[in-house]
Design a protein around this ligand. Structure first.
Ligand code: DC
Length: 234
C-alpha cells in the first residue's frame, strides 16, 4: 500500500455508465488498493444464465433454476497488467460480459434476491481485510454500510449513453445512440425500483455529478476525498 496508514474500505456507487468503474480503478491503482467491480459479478451470473437457457427473449429469468445453479457459479478476477479480467468458472469472459445482450439482461438478474444474497456475501468476504475499492449500486448501502469513504456518482442519461456508445463502438459493436440510451434509461428504472437493495445514495455518501467533468478532474476529487478521509480517521 502506498501510504503508511490503516487501510480503509472505499465504496463507489452510482448509475450505469457514470464512469465510476474507471475512476474507482484509477483511485485503487494510485493508492495501492485492490479494485473489485461488483457489476462484473452480476454480469457474469447473467452470462451463465443466458448460456444455460434461463433467460427468455422477453428478458424474463427462470429465477428458481438460477437460484439452484448458484453453487455451480464461481467468479474470480485476474489481474493482467493494468487491466482486470473477470473469470466465470475459470473462463475469461471479460469482453463477453460487456456486450449488449448481457447489458440487456443483467438488471432483471440483479433484481433476484437469491442472486443478490450470494453476491453480497462474496463481496463482503473479498473486502474483509480492507484496503479495497469496490464499485456498484449497493456497496455503500448494503455491502459495506460501515465503509469509511462512500461516493455516489451520477451524470445525465444522455452523457452516460454517449460514453457507453463510444465504448461499444470502440469494441466494434454495431449499435445506435437511441438503442444505448433506451438501455441506460431502462436499467436506471429497474435498478432504482427493485425491491431488493434499490440503487440509492447512502446518506453519508459524497455526491459526485461528473456530467461536466473530465476524467482527470474527477480523479482529483476522489483522491482529495481519500486524503481527507484518512486524515480524519487517524
Ligand atoms: O455497473 P454495471 O453496468 O456493470 O452493472 C451491471 C448491472 O448490475 C446493473 O444493471 C446493476 C447491477 N448491479 C447491482 O445491482 N449491484 C451492484 N453492486 C453492481 C451492479
Amino acid at each position: 500500500m502506498s501510504e503508511n496508514t490503516t487501510p480503509i474500505t472505499i465504496a463507489i456507487d452510482g448509475y450505469s455508465s457514470s464512469g465510476k468503474s474507471s475512476m474507482a480503478k484509477k483511485l485503487a491503482r494510485t493508492i495501492g488498493y485492490r479494485y473489485i467491480d461488483s457489476g462484473a459479478m452480476y454480469r457474469a451470473v447473467t452470462l451463465y444464465a443466458m448460456r444455460h437457457g434461463m433467460i427468455a427473449p422477453d428478458h424474463s429469468v427462470d429465477a428458481e433454476a438460477l437460484a439452484k445453479a448458484l453453487p455451480e457459479i464461481h467468479i474470480d478476477f485476474k489481474v493482467e497488467g493494468d487491466a482486470q479480467a473477470t473469470l466465470l468458472n475459470g473462463e475469461n469472459v471479460e469482453s463477453e460480459i460487456r456486450s449488449m445482450p448481457v447489458s440487456s439482461n443483467v438488471s432483471p438478474v440483479a433484481a433476484i434476491p437469491a442472486v443478490r444474497h450470494a453476491l453480497v456475501e462474496m463481496q463482503q468476504s473479498l473486502g474483509r481485510s480492507k484496503g479495497i475499492v469496490m464499485d456498484g449500486r449497493d456497496i455503500g448501502t448494503t455491502v459495506f454500510p460501515d465503509a469509511e469513504m462512500k461516493v455516489f456518482v451520477t451524470a445525465s442519461p444522455q452523457t452516460r449513453a454517449q460514453r457507453r456508445l463510444a465504448e461499444l463502438i470502440a469494441k466494434g459493436s454495431q449499435t445506435t445512440f437511441e438503442e444505448v440510451l433506451a438501455n441506460v434509461v431502462e436499467r436506471d428504472h429497474i435498478d432504482e425500483t427493485r425491491a431488493e437493495s434499490p440503487l440509492r445514495k447512502a446518506p453519508d455518501a459524497f455526491l459526485l455529478d461528473n456530467s461536466e467533468m473530465t476524467p482527470d478532474m474527477q480523479n482529483r476529487v476522489l483522491l482529495d476525498l481519500y486524503h481527507r478521509t484518512i486524515a480524519g480517521s487517524r
